[in-house]
Design a binder for this molecule. Structure first.
Ligand code: GLU
Length: 443
């Protein structure tokens, strides 16, 4: 059996961190099993779906490296939904109901008032042909409900373990509106059957949908896929926050977060496996296992993401970042500054330090004399080997200074900053000419 998973967003907005996590788990599971990962665009709602969101979903997945092996669109499959619908109506798995929203609401209130669960009472099933004809004659169009088989619904969830629902406690779900438009439940099942989906991986907000959908697989005469319902994401403060729902790829890109950081974090939070700064997803794929997923909400912490991202930046090779670096910056400069970066964008600051101009620091009188000495020594320095070592060794002898008193005035004069990358790596990049000029200017 080839594993086939799908990520099924509705293109009514951009992806947020919760959707991204679901997409990632579908991708990781497919990759871990040599399977296929499909992108399914759930665009049955033509009024709310927008092409720009379809494009942004594709672009976001590409940025994250979660490239689908195929793409499907629900809006291209209405004929198929219609055909299955007709079959299921003929087999009485689906029936028409004529109640108006007001009538349904009134019944709900009556039931609740009597202390009863507000379950749909299947009044539509008791209508005679004449009553139906009367509704049609007065212009009412039916909506359509799926007729649940009143038996226990059970499955073994890959994350939640054994699940059990009692169908008698559930209303027959509406699967199609009076205007002919589709609700999510049935088209999703038809797609899962037709596309050979073997594993449905989604948020636990879909658990009760799964109970309903299991009977729809049965109605179609199809074996259901396996299900994995993941616990939802919460913010660092432990609450479901509105903010999380608004955080998407655009925000993270702007903050200089590397896609690998988002992947590494979202792959592991909420699981028993540690969060580790993987610049390559191979170990995440190899170690992916639903058995490691917990039932408690996964905590998403932006500070943890930023820290992980900088640890990933430190691992990136020149070729991986070259096109994002300032023009002219080569691999030696990247290697020199990389350990000091939290984001790749900060490379531009250090490139400016290398290339200049650098504002000469205001040094104390005695440090100026010392830097003047350095300027002189720099003239006759051997720049071919390790000039920093040669310069500081000579200055140590000449001035008797050591430690901070030796190094700090030099760093200040050469870079204009108190802290920064290893001077041994930086000085050859600054070069003889600029170094001498900076030392003279600071003296
Ligand atoms: N479009 C549905 C959603 O966004 C898909 C759910 C599913 O994975 O079946 O919630």
């Amino acid at each position: 059996m080839t594993v086939i998973t799908r990520f099924a967003p509705s293109p009514t907005g951009t992806l947020h961190v919760g959707n991204i996590r679901t997409a990632l788990h579908n991708w990781l599971f497919a990759r871990a099993n040599g399977g296929r990962f499909l992108l399914r665009i759930d665009d049955t709602d033509g009024a709310r779906s927008e092409e720009r969101f379809v494009e942004s979903i594709r672009a976001d997945l590409a940025w994250l490296g979660l490239v689908p092996d195929g793409e499907e669109r629900q809006s291209a499959r209405f004929d198929r939904y219609e055909a299955v619908f007709e079959q299921l109506v003929a087999k009485r798995w689906i029936y028409p109901a004529y109640e108006t929203p007001d009538e349904l609401e009134l019944r709900r209130k009556v039931l609740l008032g009597r202390g009863l669960p507000p379950i749909y009472e299947r009044t539509a099933l008791t209508l005679t042909d004449a009553e139906r004809a009367a509704f049609e004659a007065e212009g009412r169009r039916p909506h359509w409900r799926f007729h649940l088989d009143h038996v226990p619904i059970v499955w073994e969830d890959l994350i939640r373990g054994p699940q059990r629902f009692d169908a008698t406690t559930m209303s027959d779900p509406v699967i199609r509106r009076a205007d002919g438009s589709w609700l999510y439940l049935l088209p999703s099942v038809i797609d899962d059957v037709d596309m050979g989906i073997t594993h449905v991986v989604r948020g636990e907000d879909h658990v009760s949908n799964t109970a309903l959908q299991l009977q729809m697989f049965q109605a179609m005469g199809a074996a259901p896929p396996d299900f994995a319902h993941e616990a939802l994401l919460t913010g660092a403060e432990g609450k479901l926050s509105k903010r999380l729902g608004a955080l998407g790829v655009g925000h993270f890109r702007e903050a200089g977060i590397e896609p690998q950081a988002l992947v590494a974090l979202l792959a592991r939070i909420g699981t028993s496996a540690p969060v580790e700064p993987f610049a390559d997803p191979a170990p995440l794929i190899a170690g992916f296992d639903f058995a490691q997923f917990g039932r408690a909400p996964a905590r998403f912490d932006e500070a943890e993401l930023a820290a992980l991202s900088s640890r990933i930046v430190h691992q990136l090779g020149f070729a991986q970042v070259a096109e994002r670096l300032p023009v002219g910056m080569g691999d030696a400069a990247w290697d020199a500054i990389r350990p000091n970066l939290t984001t790749v964008a900060e490379a531009a600051d250090w490139w400016q330090v290398i290339e200049g101009p650098v504002t000469p620091p205001e040094l104390a009188e005695e440090d100026r004399g010392f830097v003047a000495q350095a300027a002189q020594l720099a003239e006759s320095l051997d720049w071919s080997g390790d000039p920093w070592r040669a310069l500081t060794a000579a200055l140590k002898d000449a001035s008797g200074r050591k430690g901070r008193a030796l190094f700090l005035p030099l760093r200040l004069a050469l870079t204009g900053r108190e802290h920064g990358p290893d001077m041994a790596a930086l000085l050859p990049l600054i070069g003889a000419e600029r170094a001498s000029a900076r030392l003279r200017a600071a003296a």
